[in-house]
Design a protein around this ligand. Structure first.
Ligand code: NAP
Length: 284
């Protein structure tokens, strides 16, 4: 029987520990840690994701500052708002919800976030530091996946990990995190030739494609670990888990796998950022 990598339960445990750290932080500093979430435009999925992050803050006793900007917002306006949040001593972490409307230079907006408050690991500096194995907050989804793999003591060193997808927030940082843990990593993308053949070699396969049930069960090796970052209408991910799960040695369910790990990791990294600013020892 495959092991179910239960992100939902682990996220709940993580939140309980964060709640204790929030209380300690309040006692030491007299204030409450705060995550600023910036939503630009009116994309309903983005609004839902931001709401879920705000709810998670509330569950652990943290504050969330919801910054909502219109769909016609100009890049300069957004950069100005981010600068204010960088300078605001009551804000510990900044999350800019991706994607932003087309007229905005998203990279410039991400880069405007100060490294100390980049709790979602979106800046080039944060990515570079993480890639070099230096202290930085990793992109929340891949960092959450690593925490989940570790929680279930899934061996990584020496394994062949195949990451399908190379986006800046998911595929690329995922590949670097696995590489830093001594996996042999192959990164696949839309121009990859013979994807099934490559996936067939994977001891660990990460689905980060953004297409429902795109990765077929027959592409997955018997006994591989399947990590599915996707979430689509109908409650399916990027891997055809319905048919693939039973041939894996472990898999992340959809829903209840990677999704809750992303949110709890974001909140955890906000907690760490707050503690760092206040000079409280980092418990990781
Ligand atoms: P994205 O920016 O759209 O990137 C998709 C990646 O998949 C790209 O690198 C693309 O290649 C690659 N791809 C597309 N078609 C392919 C094909 N036919 N064969 C191989 N690779 C292909 O998506 P993302 O933001 O990384 O998200 C990926 C998935 O993760 C989505 O399902 C998303 O909903 C999910 N997600 C979940 C969470 C969470 O919290 N659970 C967070 C973030 C994302 P190119 O680079 O060549 O275009």
């Amino acid at each position: 029987m495959p092991i179910i990598l239960d992100g939902k339960s682990f996220a709940k445990e993580t939140e309980a520990l964060i709640a204790e750290r929030v209380e300690r932080f309040k006692t030491v500093t007299g204030r409450v840690p705060r995550l600023a979430t910036i939503l630009v435009g009116d994309d309903p999925s983005s609004a839902t994701y931001v709401k879920m992050k705000g709810n998670a803050c509330a569950r652990v006793g943290m504050l969330s500052l919801k910054v909502e900007m219109g769909r016609d917002t100009a890049t300069e306006e957004l950069l100005g708002r981010i600068k204010e949040l960088n300078d605001d001593p009551l804000t510990d972490g900044i999350l800019l919800q991706h994607p932003v409307p087309k007229q905005i230079d998203e990279r410039a907006a991400f880069e405007a976030i100060s490294i100390d408050k980049d709790v979602d690991g979106v800046t080039c500096l944060g990515f570079g530091l993480m890639s070099m194995g230096c202290a930085a907050y990793g992109s929340a989804t891949p960092a959450g996946i690593m925490r989940l793999l570790d929680r279930y003591e899934i061996p990584i060193e020496g394994r062949h990990a195949v990451v399908v997808g190379r986006s800046p927030i998911l595929g690329k940082p995922m590949a670097m995190m696995l590489l830093n843990r001594n996996a042999t990593v192959t990164v696949c993308h839309s121009k990859t030739a013979d994807l099934p053949k490559i996936i067939k070699q994977a001891d660990i396969v990460v689905g980060a494609v953004g297409k429902p049930e795109f990765i077929q069960a027959e592409w997955i090796k018997e006994g591989a670990v399947a990590v599915d970052a996707g979430y689509h209408v109908g409650g399916v991910g990027d891997i055809d888990l319905k048919n693939a799960a039973q041939k894996t040695s472990a898999y992340t369910p959809v829903p209840g796998g990677v999704g809750p790990m992303t949110i709890s990791t974001l909140i955890l990294q906000t907690m760490r950022a707050a503690e760092k600013t206040a000079g409280i020892a980092d418990k990781q």
